[in-house]
Each structure stands twice: as C-alpha cells, then as structure tokens.
Design a binder for this molecule. Structure first.
Ligand SMILES: Cc1cc2nc3c(=O)[nH]c(=O)nc-3n(C[C@H](O)[C@H](O)[C@H](O)COP(=O)(O)OP(=O)(O)OC[C@H]3O[C@@H](n4cnc5c(N)ncnc54)[C@H](O)[C@@H]3O)c2cc1C
Length: 417
C-alpha cells in the first residue's frame, strides 16, 4: 500500500529543505523529504568555504553553517525525512516509487510533489576529450568531496578544465593544501564563474587562467601524466601550432552543470531546452499539475540564497495545491528571452502578482541596459553570462509591459567586453 503524504519533496539539499519548511509553514500536515544519501544538506557539507547566506541572512556563512540553520528549522517545523531512499519513478498522478536501504521498495502517494534533485557536473564523456583513459581525471565536485569530506588530496599537480565556480574554488583549495595548480583552461573568452571567484581564487593566488584555450589530449597509461592544451578560434576549434604539453597528475573538469531531470521526464514534466530544467510558472509549478520544482533542478543558480527563496515559493504553492487539490498553472503570459538573453525563469506568469525574474545574458558587455516589454527597465555597468540577473517586477507594472500575451526581456550591450 502506498503511504499517503501531503507534500513529498525529492532531494534534501538547500532547495528541498527550504521547500519542505515552507510547505509546513503554509499548513501542509505531512511533509516528507525523500533523500538518496545518508544525510540532509545536499552539496552544502562539502562547500566548506564562505560566501553563503549573504543575501538570505545578511551573514557570511560556510556551506555547513547555512545547512545547519535549515536542518534545525526543518526539525522544528516537523518535516519528516526518509534518508537513504532513492526515488526511482514519479507518475503524473504523483505516485512515487523509491528504493530504500532500510525499507526496500516503497510507494508514496502525494497530494503535491516538489522536485529538488539539484544538478550534476558534466563528466568526461559529455565533454568528449580525446586521449587515453588513465586515472586522475575527475569532476571538480568529486575532488571537492575527496578533499573536504574524506580528507584525501587526489594529486599534487593539477590542471582544471573549465572555469566554473566549483573549479575555481577548488583551484584555491588545492593551492592552500600545498598542491600546484598549473592552469585553469577555459574555452570561452570569459570565465564561467562569478567574478569574485575569479579574483579571490585565481588572481590572488597567481593561478593562470587560459581563456580561449581547451584540452585537446589526455596523456598517460594507468595514471594521467599531462594534457595537451591549445588555443581555440572563434568557432571554438583548436588552432594548429598553438599546442603545448602541461604535465599534471590530475585533471579536474569544471565545465558545466546539468539539472537532474530524468525523474521529471518520467512524470511528464516539460523541460526548457535552454535551462535543462522544468518549464515553470511564478509558483514554480511545472506543466504537470501538482508537481512543483525549485533550486538547481530548475536552473543552475550561482547563489544558494536564491535556491532557498525559489524553493520556498515552490513549497508554499505545493501546500496550497495539496490542500485544495488544484492550483491553476499561471500560464497567461509567456516570458520570452529576447536580444542577448539566454533564458528567463519563470517562463510563464499570471500578471496578477509581483514576480521575480531570473535571467542570464548570452554574452558579456559593458554599459548594458535591460528592457522589459521593449521599455527601458534598468542599466548595468557590466553584465556576464555567469552572473544571474534578478529583477523584481511589481504587479502594478506588469500590464504595461505585456504585448500580445508576452513579456519580452532584452539586454542591449553598449560596449563589447
Ligand atoms: C559538485 C558541486 C559542488 C558545488 N560546490 C559549490 C560550492 O562550493 N559553492 C557554492 O556556492 N555552490 C556550489 N555548488 C552549487 C550548489 O549545488 C547549489 O548552490 C545548491 O547546493 C543547490 O541546491 P539544491 O538543493 O538545488 O541541490 P543539491 O544541493 O544538489 O541537492 C539535491 C539533493 O537531491 C538529492 N537527490 C537527487 N536525486 C534524487 C533521487 N532520485 N532520490 C532522492 N534524492 C535525490 C541529492 O542526493 C541531493 O542531496 C556546487 C554544485 C555542485 C554540483
């Protein structure tokens, strides 16, 4: 027999915790977080550096400190947790099948579901780097776990492919542990992470950032002995004659994150091909009624604070759905990405409430101006694809920005970066 739950939350990272607490505070009786690992917190325990909670708490916290506050709140709010329980399937009717090390196969029937499965890093297969298959090639997050959780440094001499935030944070961490980081190699003409990480993790430690470069070959038999690095042209193809060998015993990959949405697809949730996450409305309801989503499963956030806020909205709305048995998808107005905008979340809004738009630009630039519905909205000294732009749009202004049922978002660049 399936266990009945009001709100089931899949994943116990910062998104899942925030959604579950918000659902309880909104009045849902039985709120259960289902988490495949043996503890709550998602990726936060391995993020031992500071920079968390600056917006949410106005305090500079580490990942474990941030996590602890939410775990305490969840306990106080009466959220139940099923740990070591991996969700295998969700149906459109919100029936959940999970495998648990303690209880075996388990079935749940949920009034509403919040998807909070986070994201995973692109591994070597997804990047297609030629060369052998030696050991010593791993994602930056795996290395972060080895170093920060297991106390094990997997090499002495590192090259990092991709300048995502996790890779840059690991470049500093490994340097502080006495390892040598030969270079961070980035195929784009700009770094893939926050500017603060580029400055504090690379420049401050004299770690070379090779922009418009890539790894073209992995050398080594049983263990990696080095990589060939080459400059790339405007089409991102390696330029002949620019190759050079960099010796290393570890190659870390920090070249993108993929929202974990295999389960969402099983539930019939529509995905946005650009974000890789579900198409959602302002309540973070997906196109599958009663299935909500928040955090990195929706879009790769750069700050955990926004993960928590987004998931709270999903948790509150899920509790409302579970109570009434329905909550219409707020699909009246389509929010569309225009000139130099890569994506906007939410993709749909009702036009009846204040809304917070999350967006990323497609290319960097200076003297940028954001236009909503074709009208000048805000100016920025500079914009970068790696830094999410968050815009609060008050309800009273939305109607003036809509044309043909659409809110179009553009970002004009005054000067190329
Ligand atoms: C490897 C890695 C390292 C990171 N390091 C940093 C960092 O150092 N600093 C920083 O600011 N940000 C970092 N981030 C970004 C960070 O992930 C986010 O800010 C935040 O953790 C996202 O929260 P979330 O709850 O959406 O996802 P997560 O924290 O990833 O939590 C998702 C949870 O869902 C669970 N789950 C997934 N699928 C299932 C399933 N089928 N059944 C049950 N449970 C499931 C997972 O086990 C996990 O606990 C990192 C991201 C990654 C991928």
């Amino acid at each position: 027999m399936a266990e009945k739950i009001d709100v089931a939350v899949i994943g116990a990272g910062p998104a899942g915790l925030a959604a579950a607490i918000a659902a309880r505070e909104q009045g849902a009786e039985k709120v259960v977080i289902i988490e495949r690992s043996e503890r709550l917190g998602g990726l936060l325990p391995q993020c031992i550096h500071n920079g968390f909670g600056l917006l949410y708490f106005g305090e500079d916290m580490t990942g474990p400190e941030y996590e602890r506050v939410f775990i305490r709140r969840a306990e106080k709010a009466g959220v139940e947790a099923r740990l070591e329980t991996m969700v295998l399937d969700i149906t459109a009717g919100r029936e959940i099948t999970a495998a648990s090390s303690r209880h075996g196969y388990t079935k749940f029937k949920a009034g509403a579901v919040v998807l909070a499965m986070g994201c995973r890093e692109k591994a070597r297969g997804a990047l297609g780097i030629p060369g052998g298959r030696p050991s010593g090639v791993m994602t930056a997050g795996t290395c972060q776990r080895y170093v920060n959780i297991d106390g094990y440094i997997p090499g002495r001499r590192f090259v990092i492919l991709g300048s995502g935030d996790i890779g840059m944070i690991m470049a500093r961490r490994l340097t502080l542990e006495g390892a040598r980081v030969e270079a961070v190699v980035e195929i784009m003409p700009w770094s893939g992470g926050l500017i603060r990480n580029e400055v504090q993790c690379l420049h401050d430690f004299g770690i070379p950032l090779l922009l418009e470069h890539t790894v073209t070959f992995v050398h080594g038999e049983s263990r990696i002995s080095g990589v060939t690095v080459a400059r790339v042209d405007a089409e991102r193809r390696p330029v002949r004659g620019t190759e050079r060998f960099i010796p290393c015993d570890c190659l870390l990959l920090s070249a993108g994150l993929i929202p974990e949405n295999e389960l969402s697809l099983k539930a019939g949730v529509e995905l946005d091909p650009v974000t890789g996450g579900p198409v959602v409305d302002e309540n973070r309801q997906t196109r599958a009624p009663g299935i909500f989503a928040g955090g990195n499963v929706v879009q790769v956030h750069d700050l955990v604070d926004w993960v928590s806020w987004e998931a709270e909205a999903a948790g509150r709305a899920a509790a409302r759905f579970a109570d009434k048995g329905k909550l219409p998808f707020a699909g009246k107005i389509r929010v569309s990405a225009g000139e130099n905008v890569k994506y906007v979340v939410p993709q749909y809004i009702s036009g009846k409430e204040d809304v917070t738009l999350h967006l990323r630009v497609a290319r960097p630039g200076r003297k940028a101006s954001l236009r909503l519905g074709g009208k000048a909205w805000k100016r920025f000294r500079s914009v970068r694809p790696s830094e999410m732009i968050i815009e609060e749009v008050p309800y009273g202004k939305i109607s003036q920005l809509i044309r043909d049922g659409e809110l179009r978002v553009d970002c004009d660049i005054g000067e190329e970066a």
